[in-house]
Design a protein around this ligand. Structure first.
Ligand SMILES: Nc1ncnc2c1ncn2[C@@H]1O[C@H](COP(=O)(O)OP(=O)(O)O)[C@@H](O)[C@H]1O
Ligand SMILES: [Mg+2]
Length: 250
């Protein structure tokens, strides 16, 4: 059965270093089209670096990244990305609508001639994240969770078949959490492949079909029931595991 499925992402023997110690070491995995995948692991494990590698944003020491079978360098625009909060300049003087439209045009300078279809896609994307009512608001005047949703709308408006989200649930309010979960469900229904860095082990097995457990190396990849094993989590989370022991069913 799995032979019929298309690979959205293939990572082979990936090593990435910023300095002497690699941030990622010999990481290999595959993600099928339409999967909803969570990347878990402690702080500094290389989760954000892995996302950047799938976007082609970091230099690889060794290894290959393929997106729908093509080398990542040839796949610009096929993958949409919502960065970790705190990495974006929110003082940028643009409206919610402008930010979502950037998903169509990359930059507001170019969207004077946006087509009716572009506007429809932007409206739909804002509806999906429940931010239509805020369309004229300056992005800097929103809560962190609302800003996050607008950046998700921008990614959706891009029309990419793969969506990467770096810790979208970190520090958001309940309204945003539920809006994001709805977006994940709807995007999955639409056949979009979703890869989400997630810091909260308590919800990881509930939210995702498949998990990648990362700490420099890939420790496990598969359904949550396979990844949530005592010896694996003990090794990866070390002393911090006590908090999580009640999550392990084995
Ligand atoms: N631009 C960078 N320059 C130097 N070191 C970096 C850079 N980005 C990340 N690192 C280092 O690489 C490791 C992995 O970081 P990161 O991918 O951000 O981890 P995570 O997202 O899991 O917290 C960490 O040790 C971090 O300090
Ligand atoms: Mg990170």
């Amino acid at each position: 059965m799995e032979n019929n499925k298309e690979y959205a992402i293939q990572v082979r023997n990936l090593t990435v270093s910023y300095g002497p110690k690699p941030a990622l070491l010999d990481v290999s995995f595959m993600i099928y089209s339409g999967e909803l995948v969570g990347i878990i692991g402690p702080n500094g494990a290389g989760k954000s670096t892995l996302m950047k590698a799938i976007l082609g944003f970091v230099k690889r020491d060794i290894g290959d990244v393929y997106v729908f079978g093509k080398p990542v360098e040839q796949t610009r625009g096929m993958v949409a990305y919502v960065p970790q909060r705190g990495t974006v300049d929110w003082d940028y003087p643009v409206t919610v609508y402008d930010v979502a439209m950037m998903g169509r045009y990359g930059h507001i300078k170019w969207w004077k001639n946006a087509s009716r279809e572009d506007h429809e896609i932007v409206e739909r994307s804002l509806e999906m994240v429940r931010m239509s009512d805020f369309r004229h608001r300056q992005i800097g005047q929103l809560s962190g969770g609302q800003q996050q949703r607008v950046f998700m709308a921008r990614a959706l408006a891009q029309g990419a078949k793969i969506l990467l989200l770096d810790e979208p649930f970190a520090g958001v309010d309940a309204a945003t959490e539920s809006a994001i979960l709805d977006v994940l469900a709807e995007a999955k229904k639409a056949g979009i492949t979703l890869v989400v860095v997630h810091h909260d082990l308590a919800t990881a097995s509930e939210y995702f079909d498949k998990l990648l457990l990362v700490k420099q190396r890939l420790y496990a990849a598969g359904p949550p029931s396979l990844v949530f094993r005592q010896e694996l989590l003990t090794e990866v989370y070390e002393g911090r595991l006590k908090v999580f022991t009640d999550l392990i069913k084995a």
